[in-house]
Design a protein around this ligand. Structure first.
Ligand code: UD1
Ligand code: CA
Length: 477
């Protein structure tokens, strides 16, 4: 590492983040904290945390308030939390983190809103550059909006920034200003600790405004700056369900555009929702009604959809998935699945497999080029290569107490409506006769038949239904 990199590294260890997430969002009518509401399947707070991580900031402290247990559960002890028991404003929220900041007062502190999901690592880093280059006590991240309504306005001076005034406290002239406060700031930590002591509640809302730190810093002869970003989305937050839908739409299009740049093909985007962390190879087509979630990875030249839900799966190249739901599984190259197939967690579908309609696979390995064409349940099974499942096969994996496994060798041919009562093993090349219930292991190359002799009772229905249905034959015996 070169010297400046060592310095940067030290800086990162010293630098801290305070994420304000005390909000309730009463207009959402949600029983969870507002920052836990999801955009593209990830809580807004998760977006903000990920932006910090992408900027190499890991000393994160989240200020909680309403129903803090939800946030604690989500963070799972990965990051610190402090509780703001009373909601007295953004300045008051940061005050709750003072004990944490005091442990480490040498570096800088980034303050972010936990309900503004589109803050990004580049903006964070560029604002940091400006903050440190100018030697500011505080640097606020701003954006220029066509409709600045509701946001704090940036009052500029000749040398930089003079103050931030809230919508509710602003004069008509100040409300014309289009440059707004994103709610994100870099502070020199030692200065932040001093500035917080100077905040008061003397404003229209009777709150401790974090925004007042700008004016205060200047009064105290410290430097304040503003980093104006082109990415106006960083200011977007949500107060209503309609806003939240808008955030989802913005995020959805950002993700779709990224994939199109990577060569992913869409002929129509109706109902297509792709999570922010999903990866897709070039020349793959995603068809309408498809949701790709979590850490899903799709290879190149595949066709996914219409109407698939794929969550946390790794899917190979040249795969065709049509009306498939798949979770926590691996689907290798050149597999064809669907329509109406459920691949449940911990399944591994090897290359060249074909799975047809109304099939469920759970916690199983399906060997190369095996075919499961229709109406079949394969659960807790290890299936070899080139096996053929007849229609209506069931692996009977649950005995009411525990789950047992089926082992099916290469090249087995399983007759229609076979029940395989686990634990049971079919050797390689074994056959089962249609309708058999297999309760014992079947050796290699053997045929298992389990059927009673067929009895045929002549004239049965005629005797039973007589004149009712077959008047023309009523005189037959
Ligand atoms: C704040 C800014 C405003 C800025 C806007 C950007 C102030 C006084 N105003 O306004 O200039 O344009 O953000 O969205 O800071 N929070 C707490 N505890 C509190 C109050 C807020 O944790 O007591 C959290 C909220 O959950 C939210 C964030 O702080 O994540 C911002 O709070 P919010 O009420 O949305 O601030 P605004 O009034 O919109
Ligand atoms: Ca807000």
């Amino acid at each position: 590492m070169r010297q400046h990199e060592v310095l940067q590294e030290e800086q990162r260890i010293m630098d801290q983040v305070v994420i304000l997430a005390g909000g309730h969002g009463s207009r959402m009518k949600a029983a969870i904290p507002k920052p836990m509401l999801e955009v593209l399947g990830v809580p807004m707070l998760g977006w903000v945390v990920q932006a910090c991580e992408a900027a190499d900031l890991r000393n994160i402290c989240v200020v909680t308030g309403y129903k803090s247990q939800f946030i604690e559960h989500y963070l799972n002890n990965k990051y610190k939390t402090v509780l703001q028991a009373e909601r007295l404003g953004t300045g008051h929220a940061v005050m709750q983190a003072v004990p944490v900041l005091e442990e480490n007062p040498d570096g800088n502190t980034l303050v972010l809103c936990g309900d503004a999901p589109f803050m990004d690592s580049e903006t964070i880093q560029q604002a940091y550059q400006l903050h440190t280059a100018q030697g500011n006590a505080v640097t606020v991240i701003t954006a220029k909006l066509d409709n600045p309504f509701g946001y704090g306005r940036i009052l500029r001076s000749e040398t930089g920034i003079a103050a931030i005034v809230e919508e509710k406290d602003a004069t008509d002239a100040q409300r014309q200003i289009q440059e707004v406060n994103s709610g994100a700031y870099w502070f020199r930590t030692a200065d932040l600790l001093t500035l917080l002591k100077g905040l008061s509640q003397s404003n229209v809302q009777g709150e401790y405004y974090l925004t007042d730190t700008i004016g205060l810093a200047l009064e105290q002869g410290k430097k304040a700056g503003a980093y104006l970003t082109d990415n106006t989305d960083v200011v977007l937050g949500a107060n209503t369900r309609k806003d939240l839908l808008h955030l989802n739409e913005v995020a959805r299009w950002k993700v779709l555009e990224k994939h199109m740049e990577n060569g992913v093909n869409f002929i129509n985007t109706d109902g297509i929702i792709i999570g922010k962390d999903v990866e897709i190879g070039a020349e793959t087509t995603i068809l309408p009604g498809t949701q790709l979630k979590g850490r899903t990875k799709i290879g190149a030249r595949s066709t996914i959809g219409p109407n698939c839900v794929i969550e946390n799966c790794v899917v190979g190249e040249y795969v065709i998935l049509n009306y498939v739901q798949a979770y926590e599984s691996v689907i290798e190259d050149s597999v064809k699945i669907g329509p109406f197939v459920h691949i449940r967690p911990n399944s591994h579908i090897r290359s060249g497999v074909k799975i047809g309609d109304f099939v469920e696979v759970k916690n199983s390995v399906i060997g190369e080029s095996t075919a499961i064409a229709h109406l079949t349940y394969v659960g807790d099974s290890d299936v070899g290569k080139k096996v053929n499942f007849g229609c209506g096969t069931v692996t009977v994996n649950y005995d009411g107490i525990k789950k047992n496994r089926c082992v099916i060798g290469d090249n087995c041919f399983i007759g229609c409506n076979t029940n395989l009562i686990a634990p049971v093993k079919l050797g390689k090349g074994a056959y089962t006769a249609a309708g058999s219930t297999v309760t014992k292991d079947v050796p290699d190359y053997a045929l298992a038949v389990e059927r009673a002799d067929l009895k045929v009772k002549e004239g049965y229905s005629l005797k039973k239904l007589k004149s009712k249905l077959f008047p023309e034959d009523k005189n037959k015996n």
